[in-house]
Design a protein around this ligand. Structure first.
Ligand code: C2E
Ligand code: MG
Ligand code: MG
Ligand code: MG
Length: 281
């Protein structure tokens, strides 16, 4: 059975473990082949982020897309975990960086003017020495043109990082790269651990933003996250804002940055930069 997740992508849930393993095997093989001989199947879409107080665009998150000729459009929620498990995540990140650089060049928006450019990284890549050699030249080049580079790591994986990995993360921070905890609130970070982590940004998971939906919606978790962020001097980004009520309540709670379908879906860079709504970029 396939369940709709978002508008463009299907997530596939198999009936049995065996069938799921089989599907993952197929995905993994297709991924390997596509990475090797059909890199054009990969593209990147960009979801703008806005300052919730002023509505000015202040950044964007790059999200990977893969359209396979036989399997169709596959969600990163399906292929990223497979790539992680089968040792293909570095190649995927290489593809991501290559596409972003090409997109920035093609669209003539080399200048970030103080805007964030966030990419998602698997925490298990931090230990991989190849990551720094891949990201370092990329980040220096975009930073030189005014972008603020940001890496997003999911909370669950962050908790398992070794001391050596935390030192590497700190190294990123020292070189002007912001580190964000993605899907914050869904993992198990203790406050003590959070305080010791070299991070700058908390991204509130969509499920908590959704609860702000109604006038009397539950804002307690979002308020708590904002209080933690303030105590630890961290920025906060809310993800998955879909309604005007959610946006208004986040703004009233002084959440800094936000992104979501209400303001913009993830789009090809050309549409984002030259789109009819003339977003400021
Ligand atoms: P994420 O980093 O938490 O990204 C947010 C996801 O929520 C994206 O799904 C985005 O399209 C979707 N989204 C944005 N606004 C809304 C909204 O208002 N409502 C709803 N319902 N959804 C919204 P996407 O692009 O399918 O990505 C899923 C996950 O896959 C990402 O979650 C991220 O963990 C991972 N991913 C995506 N691209 C990459 C990548 O280049 N590298 C790695 N390692 N992971 C990636
Ligand atoms: Mg993310
Ligand atoms: Mg997220
Ligand atoms: Mg998420």
């Amino acid at each position: 059975t396939a369940k709709l997740a978002g508008r463009a992508c299907y997530r596939i849930y198999s009936a049995t473990e065996g069938a799921q393993g089989h599907y993952q095997q197929r995905l993994s093989e297709a991924l390997m082949a596509s990475l090797k001989v059909a890199p054009e199947e990969f593209s990147v879409v960009y979801q703008p982020q806005f300052d919730l107080a002023t509505n000015a665009m202040v950044g964007m998150e790059a999200l990977l897309r893969w359209r396979h000729p036989g399997l169709g459009q596959i969600s990163p929620a399906d292929f990223v975990p497979v790539a992680e498990q089968r040792g293909q995540i570095h190649e995927l990140t290489e593809q991501l960086i290559r596409r972003i650089l090409a997109d920035l060049k093609n669209c003539g928006i080399g200048h970030g003017k103080g805007m964030h450019l966030a990419i998602n990284i698997s925490a298990r890549q931090i230990a991989d020495g190849r990551l720094e050699s891949l990201l370092e030249p990329f980040f220096s080049s975009i930073r030189a043109t005014g972008w603020i580079p940001e890496i997003e790591l999911t909370e669950t994986h962050l908790m398992n990082l070794s001391r050596a990995c935390l030192a590497k993360l700190k190294g990123f921070g020292d070189r002007g790269i912001k580190v964000a905890i993605d899907d914050f609130g869904t993992g198990y970070s203790s406050l003590a651990y959070l305080h010791a982590l070299p991070v700058n940004v908390l991204k509130i998971d969509r499920q908590f933003v959704q609860r702000l939906g109604a006038e009397d919606g539950d804002s307690r978790i979002v308020s708590a996250i904002l209080a933690i962020a303030e105590a630890l001097n961290l920025e906060v980004v809310a993800e998955g804002i879909e309604t005007e009520t959610q946006r208004a309540r986040l703004r009233d709670l002084d959440c800094h940055r936000g992104q979501g379908y209400l303001m913009a879906r993830p789009l090809p860079l050309a549409e984002l930069a030259l789109g009819s709504t003339s977003r400021r970029i």
